[in-house]
Design a protein around this ligand. Structure first.
Ligand SMILES: Cc1ncc(COP(=O)(O)O)c(C=O)c1O
Length: 426
C-alpha cells in the first residue's frame, strides 16, 4: 500500500463546490475524473479507495453497466417525458417496483422528486394536507430528531438539526421542532405539550450523522404514540434504504408496524440521477383519492422517464446481487475490522452504527476530536489513499456493498495509515 504527499491547495476556478471552504477549492486531489467499482481517480493522478460509496449512494459501486444501459436506452427512446400532469410508462413501472419492494400490503403509491431535501418537503406537505382532509387543519407542526439530517433546501433545512446557519439564512422554523433521539420521555412530553398540533414525526432509522441507530424501545414508543396522537410517522430512509443496513431493503421493514411514508433517494438510482421517491401508505393515499384532491407539489425534472429507467434497473440489480445478503455478510466483517481499529488505534475510542453505515468515534486527551482535527484526519486518510467523510468527532465508514474481504482490509489499513500521518503532523 502506498501513501502520497498531503496535497497543496490550488486556485479556485469558476466551479463553486458545495460545503468546501474557498481555501480548499481548486485542489486537484479533490477533483474526481472517473470512477469504477469502488475506486475513484482524481485530477492529481491518484486513484483512491472509496470508503463512502460516493455520498452513501453508490451502494453497488460505480459504473454498473445494467443501470448505464437502461439509462442510455431511455435517453435515446424517451429523452424527456414528465410526470407533471402526465404519466410515463417508465415511472409507472418504477412506482410499481418500489411499492413491491417497500411492502405492497401497507403501501400503494409513489411520488417522485429530485433530491432528499425536496422529498422531505413533499412529506411535510402530504402530512399537513392529509390532516386538513381529516378536518384537523391545526396539525401543522413537524417534529424531527436532534442531530437529524434531512437536507439543506429551505423546508428540509428547517428539519435538519445540524447547525449549518439556519438562523443566519432566516430558515423558518415556526412549525418545526426537535426532540432528542432515543429518549422516549422527551418525545412523549413534546407530544403532550403540543397535543393536537403535530402533523408528522420524521426520523432516520439510523441517524446518518454519527451513525446512531434508533433503539427498538424508541421505535416501539414512536409507534405507540402514533396511535395515541394521530401524527404521521415518516421514515427518512435516504441513507438507510437499499440494503445499506443489511437486514432488509429498508430498515423500517423491521419495525413492528410500518411507517406512513418512506423516503428514498441516494441509492435509489445507485447515485446516478437526481432522483428521490416518497412511498405512501394505503391509508394516506386513500384519503387523497377520496377527496379527489391534488397535492400541491411538482418538479419539472422529477419522475422523468430516464430517472424511472435508472430506478427499475437499480432494483433489478439489487435483486440480481442479493444485496441484503451481500450487506449482512459485509456488516459481519465490518464488525471485526472496526473492533480491531478500536483496539489498536489510540485515537479511535469506539464504533457506532449498524450494518454498512458506521462511524469511528475519535477522541484525544482533550476530549472528543474537534471538527478542524477531524477534517485534517480525513485529509490524511485521503493522502493515505482512501476516501471517508467527516462526522461529529468521528469519521464515517460507508463502504459499497460489493466490497470484498481484501477491500475491507485495505480500507482499514489506509485508515490506520491516515491516523499515523495525522499523529505525525502534530
Ligand atoms: C437521511 C437524509 N435525508 C435527507 C438528505 C438530503 O438529501 P439531498 O442531499 O439529496 O437533498 C440526506 C443527505 O445526506 C440524508 O442523509
Amino acid at each position: 500500500m502506498s501513501t502520497e504527499e498531503t496535497p497543496g491547495t490550488g486556485t479556485p476556478g469558476p466551479l463553486w463546490p458545495a460545503m468546501l471552504p474557498p481555501r480548499r477549492q481548486g485542489d486537484d486531489s479533490l477533483c474526481a475524473i472517473s470512477a469504477k467499482g469502488i475506486r475513484v481517480r482524481f485530477a492529481d493522478g491518484h486513484e483512491r479507495l472509496d470508503g463512502s460509496s460516493g455520498l452513501w449512494n453508490a451502494n453497488l459501486g460505480y459504473g454498473n453497466s445494467a443501470i448505464a444501459e437502461a439509462v442510455s436506452e431511455a435517453l435515446t427512446t424517451a429523452s424527456y417525458l414528465s410526470s407533471w400532469s402526465f404519466e410515463n410508462s417508465y415511472t409507472r413501472q418504477a412506482a410499481a417496483a418500489l411499492v413491491e419492494l417497500v411492502g405492497p400490503q401497507q403501501f400503494s403509491r409513489v411520488i417522485f422528486s429530485t433530491s432528499g431535501g425536496a422529498a422531505n418537503e413533499v412529506c411535510m406537505k402530504i402530512a399537513r394536507h392529509f390532516h386538513v382532509l381529516r378536518n384537523e387543519p391545526e396539525r401543522k407542526i413537524i417534529l424531527g430528531l436532534r442531530d437529524g439530517f434531512h437536507g439543506l433546501t429551505y423546508g428540509a433545512f428547517a428539519l435538519t438539526d445540524a447547525q449549518l446557519g439556519q438562523r443566519m439564512y432566516g430558515v423558518d422554523r415556526r412549525f418545526v421542532g426537535h426532540v432528542a433521539a432515543n429518549d422516549p420521555a422527551a418525545i412523549s412530553d413534546a407530544l403532550a405539550k403540543l397535543r393536537g398540533r403535530v402533523s408528522a414525526i420524521v426520523v432516520e432509522p439510523v441517524l446518518g450523522t454519527g451513525a446512531i441507530p434508533l433503539s427498538d424501545e424508541y421505535v416501539a414508543e414512536l409507534l405507540r404514540l402514533r396511535k395515541e396522537h394521530g401524527f404521521l410517522l415518516v421514515a427518512d430512509e435516504i441513507t438507510t434504504g437499499f440494503a445499506r443496513i443489511g437486514n432488509a431493503m429498508f430498515e423500517s421493514q423491521g419495525w413492528p408496524e410500518a411507517p406512513d411514508l418512506v423516503i428514498t433517494s441516494k441509492a435509489l438510482t445507485n447515485g446516478t440521477m437526481a432522483a428521490s421517491a416518497i412511498v405512501v401508505s394505503r391509508a394516506v393515499a386513500q384519503k387523497f383519492h377520496d377527496f379527489d384532491t391534488v397535492l400541491g407539489h411538482a418538479e419539472t425534472q422529477s419522475g422523468t422517464a430516464v430517472a424511472g429507467a435508472a430506478i427499475i434497473a437499480t432494483i433489478a440489480e439489487h435483486q440480481r446481487y442479493d444485496s441484503i445478503l451481500l450487506s449482512s455478510n459485509l456488516a459481519k466483517r465490518i464488525d471485526v475490522v472496526l473492533a480491531e481499529l478500536v483496539e489498536r488505534e489510540p485515537l479511535v475510542v469506539g464504533a457506532t452504527g449498524r450494518g454498512c453505515l458506521r462511524a469511528l468515534q475519535l477522541a484525544n486527551a482533550q476530549g472528543p476530536l474537534e471538527r478542524a482535527d477531524v477534517d485534517r484526519l480525513v485529509a490524511a486518510i485521503r493522502a493515505a489513499g482512501a476516501l471517508v467523510h467527516p462526522g461529529p468527532s468521528c469519521i464515517q465508514l460507508v463502504p459499497a456493498l460489493i466490497y470484498s474481504d481484501d477491500d475491507l482490509a485495505e480500507l482499514a489499513d489506509r485508515v490506520s495509515a491516515g491516523l499515523t500521518l495525522f499523529a505525525n503532523e502534530r
